[in-house]
Design a protein. Structure first.
Length: 328
């Protein structure tokens, strides 16, 4: 199962999922409210509520279209028997249990809503034209953690039940489960929303590991600023030990990567090794922290911003060529 998917679709107003007629300033003044689409799913499938099923289709057409066509891949949303297929899919006993557990675990969204509001306010202040999305929660049947569309951002509660959630132990490795906690919802959502607005440009001369970690680094660094994290490691979900290792060995690691031609490599497997959560890289007999390339990218962006105090966050995000940056 892939954890993330980027779905870039045309704008469609979600009537009940959010008052799409309101502008970003009004939305942020009132504060972001997470629309509980997951509750509609539960009522429609577990409780056989026709009213909830109709509300999903009529009041939240975009969220329903993404769920049916792109997340679950059950068919086209306009097929005659698609509602029956959807209900049958969620009638699975495991999914019913997940929906019940998610409803219980996420009774209160106040903390998350504050995080979304503060983060989007920060980005709106830095980038006046920044589009603030409608935010909703769903149950994706353990598929995508985050879905993104034009002015739409959804996250799947069933992918953030906590690393010790019993069901996860049956289907996921330890390194996967550590990122499946409620604390990862905000950084994941902001990271992938920003990546949808500022995608990496795969072009000749701009596809090396160095290019990738700089781009990923600037996205994660901006997320750190927006959410007020104290360290780069917090954004990536590092333990204190992993954070300290990176601080102690960052320059050594960068030198090691340069000497072996890793930074200039365009090998997708090598790039994945530095940017994927599976910790399988070894340096001097020690296993490197997961996604260590992203930590390095954030550290390089920190250095770049100190060297260029006139560069705003808006400018940083727009730039695709940051030149050569070192940790010296």
């Amino acid at each position: 199962m892939r954890k993330f998917i980027f779905i870039l679709l045309s704008i469609v107003v979600l009537v009940s999922c959010h008052t799409g007629e309101q502008g970003d300033d009004v939305l942020l003044d009132k504060g972001i409210k997470v629309f509980r689409y997951d509750r509609l799913q539960y009522e429609a499938t577990a409780m056989n509520s026709l009213a909830a099923l109709q509300k999903m289709s009529l009041d939240c057409p975009r969220a329903t279209k993404i769920l049916i066509e792109d997340v679950l891949m059950l068919g086209r949303v306009d097929e005659p028997n698609i509602n029956e297929r959807l209900c049958a899919y969620y009638s699975d006993t495991i999914l019913l249990r997940i929906m019940q557990d998610a409803t219980e675990k996420f009774k209160d969204m106040t903390s998350l809503e504050k995080g979304f509001t503060d983060g989007f306010r920060f980005l709106k202040e830095e980038i006046p034209a920044f589009p603030v999305p409608t935010v909703y929660s769903q149950i994706s049947a353990l598929n995508q953690s985050v879905v993104v569309g034009d002015s739409l951002l959804g996250f799947s509660l069933d992918k953030y039940m906590g690393e010790n959630y019993p069901l996860y132990r049956r289907y996921y490795y330890d390194y996967q489960r550590r990122s499946m906690t409620p604390e990862r919802i905000l950084p994941d959502c902001f990271t992938f929303y920003l990546l949808s607005l500022y995608p990496f440009e795969w072009r000749p001369g701009h596809r090396s590991l160095y290019d990738v970690i700089l781009h990923q680094g600037k996205i994660h660094w901006v997320v750190r600023q927006a959410l007020g994290y104290k360290t780069n490691g917090e954004v990536l979900g590092y333990t204190e030990k992993e954070e300290n290792w990176c601080k102690e060995h960052g320059k050594e690691l960068l030198k090691w990567m340069t000497e072996r031609g890793h930074l200039s490599s365009t090998d997708p497997m090598l790039i994945r090794a530095y940017t994927h959560s599976d910790p399988n890289m070894i340096l001097n007999g020690e296993k490197l922290p997961p996604v260590v390339g992203l930590w390095l990218g954030m550290r390089l962006i920190e250095r770049y911003m100190k060297q260029h105090p006139d560069v705003s966050i808006a400018t940083l995000l727009e730039r695709t060529d940051l030149g050569s940056v070192t940790l010296d």
